[in-house]
Design a protein around this ligand. Structure first.
Ligand code: SF4
Ligand code: SF4
Length: 452
């Protein structure tokens, strides 16, 4: 068979075979890593995407043979540790993904390796599980009497030093504040607007709030509801929700992903079948329902129904505008906006809908930065990875801090608010504080409508 240099066909993705005992076979996984790493060594296109590829290429270049056979297989785990499963190499770079016969899927191979590591246990297991328990952390830290203490301690140098020593959370890493006014309990109920379905968009919306919006920045959720209300789109909240499972997936804890799925999918599938568009205001959570769960549960019709109803909010708003059912008369200019496209939004393959929407606002100049910020969920706050996370983000910090229209931007925005805070930290460390100028794109849209 002739092997083509790269595939001209549309990429496909195989389901994740995680229920097969072979999935957890360590020798088979190491053999597959050797096969795939050898191809990557010969290609090296992805060298600038993250630190996993430079780690691999350094191992090869420093080995006695300068080929993959010279690398100790025990060192493969160093590559695994540097991957935060952003999916960018698979979705945007690699010409050897299926249907190419080389059948490369680096993120799924790294996930398989992480799942093996998770089962075996690592010295950082307790820290990793604690950071990944976003809904449990949110409900505990958000208890009114606890929330102020937790938020104050986050800014206390002695406490942060102790946290680094005891738990392995880097003392300089930005950590989210908690709220005692959870979004889901304070959300304004929808007015009784008639449902106006469009050609591309259902006329009613179900909001999957996400842990981050519910426990950390409820304002983003309230702004989303204000934009829906302004456009007379009736909405409901998902009847109940748990973490989407992405932080657990990133650890390789696939059983916990399945547990979260068992809580989230039945109510969301009901809403999907009732004709709601489901909106998740954090890209990683939307991606979980659009891609990761369907690959883990390819034969589950409820998972497929949720996948088909799930929208990134700006994907929905732009399609709604194309349907002629969104108000595109904005009263407030936004000026110079530095906008970062989050990796987990890029790999949804919906195009730059946030940029398209913000660019509709008069007297608004959107400068788009499409590169990894380095934060990567819980990865960038870990003691051993934080410095690398800041290094990966440096080109993004620089581009976000300088607007091509001249001078500093009026606003810094990322679809991933965690990346937004990471970028703010990078700019502050470079002596370019952007105090008060970080705003989620949904908040910018609310402001552009002149809504308070
Ligand atoms: S999935 Fe992301 S972090 Fe992992 S190897 Fe690919 S580009 Fe790097
Ligand atoms: S993942 Fe694909 S594009 Fe990236 S280095 Fe490996 S072979 Fe090359």
């Amino acid at each position: 068979m002739t092997i083509k240099e790269g595939s001209l066909e549309a990429p496909t993705r195989h389901p994740l075979d995680w229920r097969n005992p072979q999935f957890y076979d360590k020798d088979a996984t190491l053999a597959e890593m050797e096969r795939v790493f050898d191809i990557c060594h010969g290609c090296r296109r992805c060298v600038s995407l993250c630190n996993a590829f430079p780690t691999l290429f350094d191992l090869v270049d420093e080995s006695s043979t300068m080929e993959i056979d010279g690398v100790d297989k025990n060192d493969y785990w160093k590559v695994v540790d540097q991957c935060y499963l952003c999916d960018v190499c698979y979705m945007t770079k690699c010409p050897y993904v299926p249907p190419h016969p080389w059948n490369l899927d680096i993120p799924h191979l790294m996930l398989r390796a992480k799942a093996i590591q998770y089962r075996e246990g690592t010295p950082t297991s307790f820290r990793d599980r604690t950071l990944a328990s976003t809904d449990r952390n949110g409900s505990l830290a958000g208890i009114p009497i606890v929330v102020k203490a937790v938020n104050a301690l986050n800014h206390n140098d002695r406490f942060r030093g102790m946290l680094e020593k005891q738990l392995g959370v880097h003392h300089k890493a930005w950590l989210p504040e908690f709220t005692d006014e959870k979004f889901r309990t304070h959300a304004t109920p929808s007015a009784q607007h008639p449902v106006r379905d469009g050609e591309r968009t259902p006329g009613k919306v179900a909001v999957y709030a996400t842990c981050y919006v519910n426990y950390n920045e409820p304002g983003i959720g309230h702004d989303l509801l204000k934009v829906l209300e302004h456009n007379k789109i009736p909405y409901v909240l998902a009847e109940k929700e748990s973490c989407c499972g992405m932080p657990k997936l990133e650890l390789g804890d696939l059983e916990s992903v399945a547990q979260a799925k068992a809580i989230n999918i039945p109510p969301l599938a009901r809403l999907a079948r009732e004709g709601y568009a489901i909106l998740a205001p954090i890209p990683s959570c939307a991606l979980m329902f659009k891609q990761e769960l369907p690959l883990m549960f390819p034969d589950d019709p409820d998972v497929a129904a949720v996948r088909d109803a799930m929208f990134d909010p700006f994907e929905y708003f732009v399609a709604r505008a194309r349907d002629g059912l969104l108000d595109t008369q904005f009263s407030e200019p936004l000026g110079k906006v530095s906008y970062h496209v989050a990796c987990h939004l890029r790999v949804q393959n919906v195009g730059q809908k946030t940029r398209e929407m913000l660019q509709m606002v008069p007297d608004t100049n959107v400068h788009t930065v499409e590169r990894c910020s380095g934060h990567a969920g819980t990865w960038g706050v870990k003691k051993e990875f934080h410095e690398t996370a800041m290094k990966i983000g440096r080109p993004v910090f620089r581009q976000m801090g300088e607007h091509p229209a001249g001078g500093e931007p009026d606003w810094i925005a990322s679809d991933c608010q965690l990346a937004g805070h990471h970028i703010s930290q990078g700019l502050a460390e470079a002596g370019r504080s952007i105090d008060g100028r970080l705003a989620h794109p949904i908040t910018l849209l609310r402001m552009a409508y002149g809504l308070t």
